[in-house]
Design a protein around this ligand. Sequence first.
Ligand code: GDP
Ligand code: IMO
Ligand code: MG
Length: 428
Amino acid sequence: MPAVVIIGAQWGDEGKGKATDLLGSRIDYVVKFNGGNNAGHTVVIGDEKYALHLLPSGILTEGVVPVIANGVVIDIEVLFDELTALRARGVDVSKLVVSANAHVITQYHRTLDKVTERFLGKRQIGTTGRGIGPSYADKINRVGIRIQDLFDENILRQKVEGALHQKNQLLVKLYNRRAISVDEIVDDLLSYADRLRPLVADTGLLLNEALDAGKTVLFEGGQATMLDVDHGTYPFVTSSNSTAGGAATGSGIGPGRIERVIGIVKAYTTRVGSGPFPTELLDESGEFLRNKGFEFGTTTGRPRRTGWYDAPVARYSARVNGITDFVMTKLDVLTGLAEIPVCVAYEVDGVRVNEVPVSQSDFHHAVPIYENFPGWTEDISSARTFEELPKAAQEYVLAIEAISGSRISAIGVGPERDAIVVRHDLLG
Ligand code: GDP
Ligand code: IMO
Ligand code: MG
């Protein structure tokens, strides 16, 4: 099983870290191909809880080679802080490889992220404020700084000068901020160069050689399908391709290498930040999901918006990503509900619509059409086979599977590493 992609099939925080962890020792390489330190993965191993923001969560699995590929934007300070923290907890981080072509997040990206959000006022995206969007904007605008630039001071200085030339005008004249000096940025970036050099390699070559040698490479997507800059709820999205196709462009492998696409869905839905969310619950059911599911951001601590499972969104994800298997997490959170509504279609201006509407305005005022399923009260956290789940829980999963566009191969029943029911081998 050469290249496998794991992506979020909703709006993020589906528990992608846990799914990666599940594949564990069968993986030789784990690759982060998009996003930056906006990602927040929580992985619970025994009594230890790890919150990762930039590093791929596969770094916690012994023997795996973690790779930060070209499609990522890197805040170098965060990178080293995260490595130091993991090392202090006894995690071997020595195998990490970083792409020479990945772009860098600098102080001016972080500043611009915050001031532009403030200026958007009511129209704000609700970004994580980590400078992700502005760094990708520079990449597309061809004024970005790449990791390899840190190893050539002349080039670095020229590029930073070029980038700041326009940005300082914006910062000072439009946003009423102080200008940022070229030296300040160059000195900061150069201070990491020596520590970074041994980690940097041609990761595209490395990954292709690994695949040629029959190694298993897992591509771990940050954020999720509905936050993808092309396929998500634009403009309320992140600034990269978080769908499965991003794994190819974001790492330098051919798309034909990808044999499995694993989509992670929660048994309900959550979203952080602004934008359409048809099944959102603003009542006590929403509070129930938030408190029971502990739906607060890993990165920003913000309360997540919560709602019922949205089958058209899952089907859309299955289609856009070519999902071969779903992993459904957090089924245990639904325990205790008398009835569980599932959105099976929408009503838009009085008309039933079965798929995610192509028009964003329609999606904004789409009203979910629900089908109700009976709940269960038994604790399911110790179930390890499908048969051990209460009948109603089995039926909920089967009903969702029938309308979500792909099979549900594993079901999360608790936050712990082994709290999972496997129905089909994800790599088989
Ligand atoms: P990611 O960003 O997709 O990696 O997800 P996050 O880490 O932001 O959020 C998922 C949260 O759900 C984490 O705190 C996990 O420990 C937790 N989690 C994962 N699977 C399950 C599950 O099956 N049940 C419960 N109760 N929690 C889970
Ligand atoms: P993980 O990896 C949930 C959301 C932000 C905002 C939008 C753009 O944990 O699933 P950005 O800072 O990327 O420019 O913000 O995307 N967002 C996430 N939501 N989980 C994430 O990461 C997210 N990363 C970004 O809240 O709405
Ligand atoms: Mg997260």
